[in-house]
Design a protein around this ligand. Structure first.
Ligand SMILES: NC(=O)c1ccc[n+]([C@@H]2O[C@H](COP(=O)([O-])OP(=O)(O)OC[C@H]3O[C@@H](n4cnc5c(N)ncnc54)[C@H](OP(=O)(O)O)[C@@H]3O)[C@@H](O)[C@H]2O)c1
Length: 233
């Protein structure tokens, strides 16, 4: 299978790459930092010699780079069986005090990234009449909270994107799943003074994505909602 994962060099994206690499799949992994990407590739290919990792440096907040990435995937005959729109960034903020342009910057990386890559790949997936798209939303897609600001707005929008896509793709045999995790240990939490027992592991999210990808063509998991056992932080 071809598994395309954006933002796959760290955190949740890397955990998902690890899970699918273990089965010997081809993983197309993108991120901005090439050093981290190649490190991840070497790690996975050593751990799972039957997998193939195709790393690609892409800034997913740039529409031009995203479109080029989509074209590269199709030119290399890597029509996705699974597409995980995971790249995203967490910035705390508040509508009343965020600096000008903060919403635009956040929407570019958290929403337009998924929108433009999906649009680039959909014609080939629709022709194949199969595939599964996972959109990495958040608990912040479901629930407003103080200091949510533009991040939460962008994640509500990504959930809206996911739900619309789900309706559109029903007749094409393409599954769409919105993944809404709560706090998960990753680079996003670096420096925060958090008890690792209080938040989820990136692998918890990967396990659920993997399980949802294993259902028969007749069933789709529309939403995955995960929270730390002790609840939201
Ligand atoms: N961790 C949580 O608590 C949590 C909870 C709910 C939802 N999420 C969502 O889960 C996703 C992954 O989060 P994470 O916590 O695993 O993040 P992370 O550990 O910070 O990793 C983010 C990954 O995305 C890449 N990335 C970031 N900006 C990018 C860009 N503009 N273009 C391409 N790649 C980019 C990073 O690599 P480079 O920096 O090299 O580009 C890295 O590989 C995000 O969408 C996040 O909003 C996270």
């Amino acid at each position: 299978m071809n598994v395309i994962i954006t933002g796959a060099s760290k955190g949740i994206g890397k955990a998902i790459a690890d899970k699918f690499a273990a089965d010997g799949n081809t993983i197309v992994a993108c991120a901005r930092n090439e050093v981290d990407l190649y490190k991840m590739m070497e790690e996975l290919q050593t751990k799972y010699p039957t997998c193939l990792v195709r790393p690609r440096k892409v800034d997913m907040s740039s529409m031009a780079e995203v479109k080029e990435f989509g074209k590269w995937i199709l030119d290399h005959n890597l029509v996705p069986d699974i597409l995980v729109n995971n790249a995203g960034q967490f910035y705390p903020g508040s509508v009343h005090s965020e600096e000008e342009g903060f919403l635009e910057k956040t929407i570019e990386v958290n929403l337009y990234s998924a929108y433009h890559l999906t649009r680039a790949l959909l014609p080939a997936m629709m022709a194949a009449q199969k595939g599964h798209i996972f959109n990495m939303c958040s608990i912040a897609s479901l629930q407003a909270y103080a200091n949510g600001g533009s991040y939460s707005i962008s994640k509500f929008a990504l959930l809206g994107f996911s739900k619309n896509l789900r309706e559109e793709m029903k007749p094409y045999g393409i599954k769409v799943t919105a993944v809404c995790p709560g706090a998960t240990m990753s680079a996003s939490w670096e420096g925060a003074d958090i008890d690792p027992k209080r938040i989820m592991e990136a692998n918890d999210i990967a396990e659920m994505v993997y399980a949802a990808s294993k259902l028969s063509p007749m069933a789709v998991v529309e939403d995955i909602i995960l929270r730390p056992q002790l609840g939201d932080l």
